[in-house]
Design a protein. Structure first.
Length: 77
């Protein structure tokens, strides 16, 4: 988050809910792990997003079903 404050226009990767709320209050552009993976899929760095999201969920990564569904829809999966 410090980089986002020092470098206006930076995109900061945050997954923690409180950190995301603070970043929004400070007008810091944010994305999360799922957003990074979506971009990787869109740029064709990875062939499929669903297996990676499923693996993250197995590792106790918190991601709501609604967010997962939205990400997969955006990835056209």
């Amino acid at each position: 988050m410090a980089l986002g404050l020092e470098e206006p226009g930076s995109l900061v990767v945050l997954d923690d809910r409180l950190a995301r709320e603070v970043a929004r209050m400070r007008n810091i552009r944010i994305t999360g792990t799922a957003g990074v993976l979506l971009k990787a899929k869109q740029e064709r760095y990875i062939p499929a997003l669903a297996p990676l999201l499923n693996r993250l969920l197995q590792l106790d990564f918190r991601l709501s079903e609604a967010v997962k569904a939205t990400i997969l829809k955006l990835a056209q999966e």
